[in-house]
Design a protein around this ligand. Structure first.
Ligand SMILES: *[C@@H]1O[C@H](CO)[C@@H](O)[C@H](O)[C@H]1NC(C)=O
Ligand SMILES: *[C@@H]1O[C@H](CO)[C@@H](O)[C@H](O)[C@H]1NC(C)=O
Ligand SMILES: *[C@@H]1O[C@H](CO)[C@@H](O)[C@H](O)[C@H]1NC(C)=O
Ligand SMILES: *[C@@H]1O[C@H](CO)[C@@H](O)[C@H](O)[C@H]1NC(C)=O
Ligand SMILES: *[C@@H]1O[C@H](CO)[C@@H](O)[C@H](O)[C@H]1NC(C)=O
Length: 454
């Protein structure tokens, strides 16, 4: 059974910056909002030459306490109050934001990912990490991690804690509650939690807690750190919840709100932007739509039956899908309900995934409408010229129109950086929707292929 959706209020949502607070219904585990924009048309009403848009995330689920770092991982004890409401940070400079470039390195992984450069430690060490709304820890690969011994394995750089004068160990490796995580693709990373200074753009923030992966086992064959910007409730520690990067930015006074917005640009563009603390209204046209976030089923040692439903990830309902390709309109899925029932798909909005996973029956229906799609998911890159679209409806209230070309990404040999080509010399691309069996209570990841068009 699902909990009632958390009640939400968008407060003080003026032009550029929204501060989101919960209405604090005490029965509600926590709350969050998600705003989607569609920018199919430019301000003059003409069709936009590029699909571009923005996704804005706001969570208010977690303890924002800037210190101490360690809070017991107790759902029962969780405060859902927003400290901003209580003047906990009276020194806060209101309404500031921090913007940083994201860049898409298609060659590093199938379908590409969005990376952000940060500098960590004193003196600073450059780290390139994947911006990930689907996880919640910032983590770096350690300089001395065994799997980083070969130079090109840890492509985002490695962090040498012994060379930084400001590193502190928060939880040593191997101790209960230390950093130890398994990602959706089966990759694992573990090590101590440390804290250090993190510089993003021209802003330096001290005492940022992060995982330092001394052990990395990546299913892709190479490792890259992540900047997980999801709810702190979803952090990798089994024992503690700490203020993660977006929350430390708020607590330090650098930004005025945990809200951030992500502009991924279109598939052929080399870069996008993340704006912490605000929404850049120049990046979209059309209306702002707020969606309820659906609860996630998680194990808890605190309750009988060991399972509770909490808001800890950006999970929303896809209630309809249709395609319009070569003049033929096809309904793929319809009638889903905004609470995730009636055949709706529960999806995790995940910038850390390139593709969108859908149940096999949905995949088969979509695949049947895509020209020249082979059973292994590849297709000639020339299909990118197809003017067709796929329309994805979120929570019964917002249609996102995804140009088919946004779902078709070139694939490269990760070692050589060269694009794969077929016998005729034509570039081979990958269709960025893939089939995945969905267990009961499990969500599907909806990655950049669709997020780019929001
Ligand atoms: C990030 O750092 C890498 C390595 O120095 C550099 O090649 C790249 O241009 C940087 N990207 C941005 C967006 O600053
Ligand atoms: C790697 O470095 C970390 C921090 O500098 C240290 O705690 C750890 O013992 C080192 N591990 C190995 C295998 O050298
Ligand atoms: C991480 O967690 C997994 C699964 O709980 C466990 O098997 C593994 O030993 C842990 N690794 C470390 C380094 O603590
Ligand atoms: C990494 O994972 C693979 C596949 O799960 C496993 O065979 C291998 O032993 C692991 N390596 C390490 C160093 O844990
Ligand atoms: C990628 O290129 C390397 C080096 O030429 C080669 O050894 C490897 O087999 C290629 N990988 C694939 C999947 O073709």
């Amino acid at each position: 059974m699902k909990l009632a959706s958390p009640r939400l209020a968008l407060a003080g949502c003026a032009a550029l910056l929204c501060t989101t607070t919960t209405t604090a219904a005490s029965s509600s585990p926590s709350a969050g909002t998600l705003a989607l924009h569609l920018s199919k048309r430019d301000i003059n009403g003409a069709a936009s030459p590029q699909a571009r848009g923005i996704v804005a995330f706001s969570s208010s689920s977690s303890d924002d306490t800037p210190s101490p770092f360690l809070l017991p991982r107790s759902i029962a004890a969780r405060s859902i109050d927003d400290p901003l409401d209580h003047g906990v940070f009276p020194h806060l400079h209101p309404r500031q934001s921090v913007s940083e470039s994201l860049f898409d390195v298609l060659r590093w992984s199938a379908g590409g990912a969005y990376y952000v450069n940060i500098s960590v430690g004193t003196p600073g060490q450059l780290q390139t990490v994947i911006l990930d709304t689907g996880s919640s820890d910032l983590y770096l690969d350690a300089r001395n991690a065994t799997s980083c011994a070969r130079d090109d394995n840890c492509r985002g750089g490695t962090f040498d804690a012994s060379a930084s004068s400001t590193t502190r160990i928060i939880i040593p490796k191997g101790v209960e509650g230390s950093f130890n995580t398994t990602f959706g693709d089966g990759s694992t990373a573990s090590g101590p939690y440390i804290s250090d200074t993190v510089q993003i753009g021209n802003l330096a923030v001290s005492n940022v807690q992060m995982g330092l992966a001394l052990n990395v086992n990546s299913t892709t064959g190479y490792a890259i750190g992540l900047m997980g910007v999801g709810y702190s409730l979803n952090e990798a520690s089994t024992k503690y919840v700490y203020s993660n990067f977006p929350e430390v930015l708020v607590a330090s006074g650098a930004i005025g709100s945990r809200l951030y917005s992500v502009f991924l640009n279109d598939i052929s563009a080399g870069s996008g932007t993340i704006l912490f603390g605000g929404i850049d209204t120049s990046r979209y046209t059309g209306d702002l739509v707020t969606l309820d976030i659906l609860p996630d089923t998680v194990a808890s040692s605190l309750v009988y039956h060991n399972q509770v439903e909490i808001i800890d990830q950006f999970i929303v309902a896809v209630t309809a899908i249709s395609t319009d390709i070569n003049g033929k309109k096809t309904s793929i899925l319809s009638g889903g309900a905004a609470d995730g029932t009636n055949g709706a798909l529960e999806v995790l909005l995940d910038t850390g995934s390139a593709a969108w996973s859908v149940p096999p029956r949905v995949f088969d229906a979509i695949a049947a409408t895509i020209p020249s799609l082979a059973s292994d998911g590849t297709l000639p890159c020339s299909v990118q010229n197809n003017a067709g679209t796929m329309t994805v409806r979120f929570a019964g209230k917002k249609d996102i129109v995804v140009p088919i070309k946004e779902l078709i990404a070139p694939i490269y040999n990760a070692t050589t950086g060269r694009q794969y080509r077929n016998r005729n010399g034509e570039g081979i691309c990958l269709f960025m929707v893939s089939p995945q069996e969905q267990g009961r209570g499990q969500f599907l990841t909806l990655g950049d292929a669709v997020l780019r068009s929001m």
